[in-house]
Design a protein around this ligand. Sequence first.
Ligand SMILES: [Zn+2]
Length: 112
Amino acid sequence: MDPQPTPDILANKCPRCAAAVDPRLTPDLPGATSRVTRDGGARVVVCGTCGEREAMRAGEDWEAVPLTDWPVSIDTLLSEDRLRLEFMRNCVIGAELIGADDAQAMLDGEGE
Ligand SMILES: [Zn+2]
């Protein structure tokens, strides 16, 4: 089941960071399902940036910020955003062209 937008998102506020979210400027709404609530709890939708922040925390083995500490403090958000920016700076994005035969071989699981 797709996550349903939470009332906060509908009110144009991310419940995790409390930042204003304008649905007209954020075509990817409803954003991300918070990792805090993925395992059995009610799904809570956060903004896409908070989805990335939670992913960065998980990558660093930092504990998730519990719902009881939401909205997350500005200092914590800044720490998370430092991780995001460092990750984005060190990211290498590449692309290459492949032919139809190569594409079919990849789909067939060859060349692994
Ligand atoms: Zn947010």
